[in-house]
Design a binder for this molecule. Structure first.
Ligand SMILES: [Zn+2]
Length: 247
């Protein structure tokens, strides 16, 4: 028989958290193409404003599969490979992007971060929360991750701790705290870009202004098989139209 505390903890662990990420509006940037290749360096001063869709994130805890993915299927660790979490759909992790539902299909990691804010050092890691709607249209939430001694939350350490250095490995994981992986502040910058690996198809990017945290030694351990260069695409030399989304 479950104790009251155990029941309470279960209730907390399974609760889905709704997080509003509303947007502001206007569209006055000129000279930049509507859709660019990603990742990019984001210049906060180049806000266009925008009529961007409101976003509500609906994340709880999820069980699923971790993978050290050999994306090229070539048996060699290279910068196209990644470490990913694929949630089962029982907890229905998703976002509403405007009035359209986009399911969370995976969370994967890049070392070092791909996006960067002008005037700030590049973060040592970035998590990409990939969402797709019924038509295959893609929204990715980008979370820059700082490496610290003791992170405010173990949400990223939980899936990253003990990742084997065996390319192609996969393993089950429980109770991944998806909401806890997001930064505390939900202000974001949005632009129309692309996937940062093949097939480089269009993506609605939402890059959070604030960073999340993970243990620095854990980041270093997961990055190690990729070598010093890590698994990231270089920043593309085109300034996007950037739109703010502030809570
Ligand atoms: Zn990515």
């Amino acid at each position: 028989m479950q104790s009251r505390l155990a029941k309470l903890l279960t209730a907390v662990a399974t609760a889905t958290i709704l997080i509003a990420v509303p947007a502001q509006a206007q569209q006055s940037c000129t000279g930049a193409p509507g859709h660019v290749q990603s990742p990019v360096e984001i210049d906060r001063s180049q806000n266009c404003g925008a009529a961007t869709p409101a976003i509500t994130i609906s994340y709880g805890y999820a069980d699923g599969q971790m993978q050290f993915r050999d994306k090229n299927l070539n048996g060699v660790v290279d910068n196209h490979d990644d470490v990913s979490f694929v949630p089962d759909q029982l907890s229905d992790p998703h976002i509403m992007y405007g009035t359209t539902k986009y399911e969370l299909t995976e969370v994967h990691y890049h070392f070092d971060a791909e996006h960067k804010f002008q005037g700030q050092a590049a973060a040592p890691a970035e998590a990409h929360f990939v969402h797709k709607d019924a038509s295959g249209d893609t929204v990715v939430l980008g979370v820059l991750i700082d490496g610290v001694g003791v992170p405010a939350s173990d949400a990223h350490d939980h899936p990253l701790n003990g990742v084997p250095d065996t390319l192609g490995a996969s393993w089950s994981i429980g109770s991944v705290n998806l909401a806890g992986m997001l930064p505390a502040g939900k202000a974001s910058f949005r632009y129309s870009g692309s996937l940062t690996s093949s097939p480089y198809t269009p993506v609605h990017w939402v890059v959070f202004n604030d960073h999340a945290e993970a243990t620095a030694s854990t980041i270093a351990q997961v990055k190690a098989p990729f070598g010093a260069a890590g698994n990231n695409r270089g920043r593309q030399n085109v300034a996007p139209r950037i739109h703010p989304g502030n809570p």
